[in-house]
Structure formats: C-alpha cells, structure tokens
Design a binder for this molecule. Structure first.
Ligand SMILES: [Zn+2]
Ligand SMILES: [Zn+2]
Length: 183
C-alpha cells in the first residue's frame, strides 16, 4: 500500500493491512513468524518554511502487531518475541530541512523520518517500526547457559568434556619459565 501525496492532498487515508508471515524482510536475524496487522491513518501536514514556502509532510499514526523469532544471544536457539507497537511519525520530503531550524513542527512533537519522491510505502513504515522494536539482546531464559566456547555444544541440552577446563598450556609454559628463572 502506497500513500501518494496527490491522494493525500484530497483526503487522509485510513489503512488496515495485513502482511503475510515472512512478508517483511527483517535482515538475517529476525523472522516475522505470524501475520503482521497494521492499522491507522496517513495524512498530509503542511509546514511553513519562511513566509512563502510550504513543505508537505506525511504524518502516519497507528498501531501494529506481529510475532518475531530471534536468536538467543547466548545459545542461538530461536526465541519468540511479540511486537505490539503504537506509532506517530512524521515524514518530511528528503532533503527538505538540511540546515533549516525554523520549521513549525519540531522533532520533539513526533518522530521525524524522510520520504523520497511522490509518497511513502506502508511496508517501509511498518518494517522500520518492527526493526525499532527488536531488542538489542534477546535471551531464551534468564539462566541460559549458552554455548561452550571450546566445542560449541549447547550447554542447556548437554554437558561436554571441556566443562572442567584443564590447565591452559600457555600458563604451564609460563610456570616452567618462572621456575627456571628462580633457579
Ligand atoms: Zn539461550
Ligand atoms: Zn565444550
């Protein structure tokens, strides 16, 4: 779904869209495992720039929900993560406010992004919001033991023989050296 400036000049656009599972490309780590539902409204907001010029912003507000699968930061097992997000965004034309401070809508009032050309795709709005909702670090459970740094086994499921690390060879070499120096 596309919000075209020409259409927005005539009327706001209400939307209610569903994106099939996996429809959004969220990069290598996150997968969208349920349908994503998004609803809300897009409308034109005119900002006055000086006395003679106005720029056309697109304000998009609404909500979305979906479920993601993310890798556990310690053991890499998949973890499900629910996204339930309200948003209120302002898109300015790309390049419109470089070095201009006097625009009437300030960044404090809404999150500001940019659109290119004649409009904005709902899919891009939604993808960006989902990516913003992804936590920096997800773990499958508080006491996840993670992977063994030596053999790579998942220590939640199995023990490995490197669990009790033998004395590191580099340390014994140092010890040898020290005992030689002391004599
Ligand atoms: Zn884990
Ligand atoms: Zn191991």
């Amino acid at each position: 779904m596309q919000f075209e400036i020409k259409e927005l000049e005539r009327h706001p656009i209400d939307f209610k869209e569903e994106f099939a599972p996996e429809a959004l490309d969220l990069g290598p780590d996150a997968r969208q495992i349920t349908a994503l539902k998004a609803s809300g409204r897009a409308q034109l907001v005119e900002e006055h720039e000086g006395r003679h010029h106005t720029i056309q912003d697109i304000r998009v507000n609404g909500k979305l929900r979906t479920r993601l699968e993310l890798p556990c930061a310690r053991c890499l097992d998949p973890v499900t993560y629910d996204v339930n997000r309200d948003f209120d965004l302002l898109y300015r034309p790309q390049g419109s406010d470089t070095g201009r401070e006097e625009l009437s809508v300030t960044a404090a009032e809404a999150e500001v992004s940019y659109y290119q050309g004649d409009g904005l795709a709902l899919e891009d709005v939604v993808r960006e919001q989902v990516l913003l909702a992804v936590p920096l670090k997800t773990i499958c459970r508080e006491d996840c033991k993670g992977l063994c740094p030596h053999c790579g086994k998942n220590l939640n499921n199995e023990q490995c023989s490197c669990a009790e690390p033998a004395e590191d060879a580099r340390w014994s070499a140092l010890k040898d050296l020290r005992s030689k120096l002391q004599h």
